[in-house]
Design a protein around this ligand. Structure first.
Ligand SMILES: NC(=O)c1ccc[n+]([C@@H]2O[C@H](COP(=O)([O-])OP(=O)(O)OC[C@H]3O[C@@H](n4cnc5c(N)ncnc54)[C@H](O)[C@@H]3O)[C@@H](O)[C@H]2O)c1
Length: 331
């Protein structure tokens, strides 16, 4: 297949593109490079330096494509609260122009990176896909809106979609050659590594008085390789003849949570370095526990996460961090 990977210069998109290429697919990467890194783009891919809402770029790319993996977007919760317009533009308005271009060119299949932030504060864990979606920030709302657009375009134009609601994605390509380098970095594993590498900054734990076993927030960490394996299965199994499979939603997590303190401890064990921490106040809107019920993805896609040990996830992140100075970007 020839697949358009939007956001293919970003953390997850670059690893996705490399996996698709390794599996024998052709890949076109579309990325504005607002956040990603040009050097992360696989040299075997065709790169189009453009925004998702650039209709003339899409009109040139899509006639030759069989499907779209849509990973581009803005991803920072706090930034989304400060700059809602930018988030609704990047995560909703521009991707709608892409859907229109897909309709124009008869490209019907899209796999979309959604998020557990669409659920907001859940009534219970583990979270199932049918749980109420009540996002509590602009980021989650923008992702949910695009899911709703996919329903509408499915009904009106026959667009088939798979939306993956990711929990916390972590880790790197197993040999450490591709990994996470957001700027600023808000994700916990690279933030702990950055604090450790700085040698002077402490890693701030946001609250240790939650109703969890050690008082810190519990989240579901899924390795990026496991995440992408589900995407590739989904893209290869979208079945145009089965209406029940036209709009699918799957949680992607390992189904188990780790606390902030457990992650700090895993990084300490893997790296052999002390991790200085300080406890700050809770962040508004941080639920005590979030973890996924991913039984649907396991059942329907025949998918299983392979990295269920947090230390193995951290090991790959550490391998990437040690060898790539850009992993040390100061937050
Ligand atoms: N990383 C996680 O833990 C996580 C969790 C849940 C969901 N997601 C979703 O997964 C996707 C990828 O996340 P990531 O961590 O790789 O993010 P990232 O920031 O590393 O990559 C996003 C890429 O999209 C590009 N981009 C942003 N807006 C664009 C636009 N309008 N047009 C073209 N390119 C644009 C950026 O330049 C960047 O290369 C995002 O959609 C995110 O919402 C990620």
């Amino acid at each position: 297949m020839r697949i358009l990977v939007t956001g293919g210069a970003g953390y997850i998109g670059a690893i996705t593109a490399r996996h698709l290429l390794d599996a024998g697919h052709e890949v076109v990467v579309l990325d504005s490079l607002e956040r990603g890194r040009r050097e992360a783009i696989d040299s075997r891919a065709t790169f189009v330096h453009s925004a998702v809402g650039d209709t003339s770029a899409l009109d040139a790319i899509l006639p030759d494509c069989d499907g779209v993996m849509h990973l581009a977007g803005l991803i920072e919760v706090a930034e989304s609260q400060r700059e809602p317009g930018a988030y609704f533009d990047a995560n909703v308005a521009q991707p709608v122009r892409m859907l229109d271009a897909m309709v124009r060119h008869g490209v019907c299949d899209i796999v979309f990176s959604s998020t557990a932030a669409t659920y907001g504060e859940p009534d219970e864990v583990p979270i199932v896909e049918d749980a109420p979606t009540r996002p509590i920030n602009v980021y989650g709302a923008s992702k949910l809106m695009f899911e709703q657009m996919l329903d509408a375009y499915g009904a009106a134009h026959g667009i088939r979609s798979v939306r993956f609601r990711y929990f916390n994605v972590a880790g790197a390509w197993p040999d450490g050659s591709l990994g996470e380098a957001h700027d600023p970095e808000t994700h916990i594993v690279p933030r702990i590594l950055q604090a450790m590498a700085s040698g002077q900054r402490e890693f701030e734990v946001y609250g240790d008085d939650y109703p969890t076993p050690d008082g810190t927030c519990v989240r579901d960490y899924i390795h990026v390789e496991d995440l992408i394996a589900a995407h590739i299965r989904a893209m290869e199994t979208l079945d145009p003849r089965d209406p029940a499979k036209r709009q699918r939603v799957y949680n992607l997590g390992i189904g188990r949570g780790h606390s902030v303190k457990q992650i700090v401890e895993a990084v300490r064990r893997v790296t052999g370095h002390a991790i200085p921490t300080e406890t700050g106040p809770r962040r508004p809107g941080d639920p005590p526990q979030l973890y996924a019920d991913s039984a649907r993805a396991q059942r329907e896609l025949g998918w299983q996460p392979r990295y269920t040990d947090i230390e193995r996830i951290v090991e790959t992140a550490w391998r990437w961090f040690k060898t790539h100075p850009e992993g040390y970007i100061e937050p």
